[in-house]
Design a protein around this ligand. Sequence first.
Ligand SMILES: *Cc1c(COP(=O)(O)O)cnc(C)c1O
Length: 399
Amino acid sequence: MPTDFTATRALFDLPEALIYLDGNSLGPLPRAAAARVAQTVTDEWGQMLIGGWNRAGWMDQPARLGDRVGRLIGAEPGSVVLGDTLSIKVYQALASALELAAPGRRVVLSDSGNFPTDLYMAEGLIRSLGQGHELRVVAPEAVAAALDETIAVVMLTEVDYRTGRKHDMAALTAKAHELGIVTVWDLAHSAGALPVDLAAAAADFAVGCTYKYLNGGPGAPAFIYVAPRHAERVRPALSGWLGHDAPFAFEPAYRPGRGIERMRVGTPPVLQMAALDAALDAWEGVDMADLRARSLELTDQFIAEVEAACPMLTLATPRAHAERGSQVSFGHPQGYAIMQALIAEGVVGDFRAPDILRFGFTPLYISNEDVSMAAAVLADVMAQELWDRPEYHARSRVT
Ligand SMILES: *Cc1c(COP(=O)(O)O)cnc(C)c1O
């Protein structure tokens, strides 16, 4: 049965008279999440108190939800676990990947389109390792050619947060493996945005967040994937007690837990997990191929309508479907002020320095009518220069 996107839209609580094209930054509130969090607070925390860890299954949540997320990213059962933030999971994955890398290799390859925190975490890790590793950053288009036998790990975000450009995960992973390179994929803009097949691509490590396309809410936990062939070999750098084989034995020395459990660190965020568990219900009837078809239809439509009406905006997103995620970005020197004017007119996207207007298209709750309306409002903002007001130039802390 084809996915019913009218039904999925009804699962979300979106403010009236607002077109929300920022679900790639913070997904909206799934109606079921509010009730689930309230129930977890009242019935579980309130009534069970400490007993909730066993009776309400709080301790099993990170792996149970890992399997639910895993289904959306083509991960084998038991290969994904939730917890911490994406920055932390990047660090963990890269640290373990470097330990699996071919002896003597010292280069971590990434690209200049990667999200800064991924690069910052790599820098910090390299510094504390103190083994002379190098972080080599090339243009996104140059990654394939830059893979060679000096590289230990290639660490990439599949879909570029700024432009929406998508790497070919399967091809890059295959080429990396031919050269003995370990792969770390960041799925921040892929999970819930498009079909991902980690198992088929034979990816080694993957990480991602759940507050963007997966709608887990602000502060929702991140996830980490370790390929089953590595799961019993990886040595966690963040060797916390909940990744220990027997946390409640309180042994003085660390022993890694079984499989993916060892990638847990400390106490999981139970309330956030409850929200995410409810949010993941929205994906139950969704076929990822249908999602992809709708996403491409919506992004194609937005590109066509905006280009027809706004020649002063420069498309920053690839036109080729195979190279596009689920967002559309346009460049303009007044990008920040334009976005503030758009938000004031009821169309919410966001701005990414230096000059990118970014719009996320999430088929679970965005329709063709929303796309047309958003393009028309943007055309109006541009034609009338509605952005040219002092209040739209004042930068907020979050853009
Ligand atoms: C959104 C995003 C992050 C955010 O990291 P947090 O630790 O969750 O703040 C990291 N990396 C990428 C590629 C992202 O898109």
